[in-house]
Design a protein around this ligand. Structure first.
Ligand SMILES: Nc1nc2c(ncn2[C@@H]2O[C@H](COP(=O)(O)OP(=O)(O)OP(=O)(O)O)[C@@H](O)[C@H]2O)c(=O)[nH]1
Ligand SMILES: [Mg+2]
Length: 363
């Protein structure tokens, strides 16, 4: 299971369902309110009403009104009022009258956690008893987001988190800390200024994003599962004695293959996933090499040096390859052995060099 748990959505069972939106100034509350209304309208057949609960800036009401117009969702506001609790109550009464089954209450934010703002949101909460209280947080604020989340949760006991501005270059690592600190689900991620860029939170995708699109954990787990210490020691001895042969080579191939599909493995390396997405890498890549090795006699496999021209011809015939392919493979193998020999010498001189992917390099 993913560290974030499973994907969760808001629950819209109330009549109307009341959703309170809270968060710091500029975190994206108003934009998210519009996106959520649009989302619930199109995906859930909802009939939302947006409520302008930010009474401090006339521009805030105007912003919500414009959003509502774009998505064709009604917006409730009271130009003269300075009491967000009363506005929320009046809005709910109007929603019942007009048959709106969802009421989304946007609230005012402050630059930092402050008592007046907390008290105001808490008052709205007490007055309207929301089904959902969503805490909106800018993913770009990094670890500060964790303290903010804690302060809001202590006061409001919110039901879910919304991560905004994930379209920026942040990886959203704070999501993990938030999840662990407040132990509330992340319900939505917002990825842009367009109203359609809201997504239900998919835990797996977030984990991959934080890891830079790779899944190193799985890769390491798979490598460890296949890593046989005894065999590795044996192999290291042979390499040191310059006795690496075709039998060892074949064993190594099998170890790699046991880890799974090559393309899947590559995709787990950060940064590589995207690059190999459209490339066709088949597991057949090893088949030709295996066929060649399988056509050797056990004696030849353990004594690569005895494989002369006529033996190569026979091996080519047996593996269904042409002599050129066999020669090329033999040459590569020889180069590999030479390289191993050189590394042994360097080790002897204290060079301390390891070969990537080979057990010899592991300590
Ligand atoms: N790139 C990007 N910008 C966003 C996103 N969400 C909101 N914004 C922008 O962030 C700014 C603040 O968003 P608002 O929705 O007004 O934030 P708010 O929390 O309502 O702010 P206050 O009402 O002042 O507390 C605006 O310029 C938005 O267009 C997002 O997901 N991605
Ligand atoms: Mg706002």
């Amino acid at each position: 299971m993913c560290i974030f748990g499973n994907a969760e959505e808001v629950n819209i069972t109330g009549k109307p369902t009341i959703i309170l939106i809270a968060g710091l100034q500029g975190s994206g509350k108003t934009t998210f309110s519009g996106k959520l209304a649009n989302f619930l309208k199109s995906k859930k057949n909802g009939k939302p009403l947006l409520v302008a609960g930010d009474v401090y800036r006339p521009a805030a009401m105007e912003q919500l009104r414009v959003l509502g117009e774009q998505i064709k969702v009604p917006v409730y506001s009271e130009l003269e009022s300075t009491d967000p609790v009363q506005i929320a109550k009046n809005a709910i009464a109007q929603a019942k009258l007009n048959g709106n089954n969802i009421v989304i209450i946007d609230t005012a934010g402050r630059l930092a956690v402050d008592e007046a703002m907390m008290q105001e949101v808490a008052n709205i909460k007490n007055a309207v008893q929301p089904h959902e209280i969503l805490f909106v947080v800018d993913a770009m604020t990094g670890q500060d987001a964790v303290n903010t989340a804690k302060a809001f949760n202590d006061r409001l006991d919110f039901t879910g988190v919304v991560l905004t501005k994930l379209d920026g270059d942040t990886r959203g690592g704070a999501a993990i800390s938030i999840k662990y600190t407040v132990d509330k689900p992340i319900k939505f991620v917002s990825m842009g200024e367009k109203l359609e860029t809201l997504d239900v939170f998919y835990p797996e995708r977030m984990a991959q994003r934080i890891l830079g699109m790779g899944d190193i954990t799985t890769l390491v787990e798979r490598a460890q599962a296949q890593f046989d210490e005894v065999q590795a020691k044996k192999l290291e001895k042979k390499i040191r004695a310059n006795k690496f042969d075709f039998e060892d080579f074949k064993e190594q191939l099998q170890q790699i293959k046991k880890m799974g599909n090559i393309k899947d493995l590559l995709a787990m390396i950060p940064g590589v996933g995207k690059a190999v997405k459209d490339i066709d890498i088949s597991d057949d890549a090893f088949k030709g090499i295996e066929a060649i090795i399988n056509s050797m006699t056990p004696y030849e496999r353990s004594n690569p040096d005895v494989i002369d021209g006529s033996r190569r011809k026979r091996i080519a015939g047996g593996s269904g390859k042409d002599i050129g392919e066999v020669n090329a493979f033999m040459k590569q193998f020889e180069q590999m052995r030479q390289m191993m020999g050189q590394m042994n010498k360097m080790k002897g001189m204290g060079g301390g060099m390891g070969m990537p992917g080979m057990p010899m390099g592991r300590r």
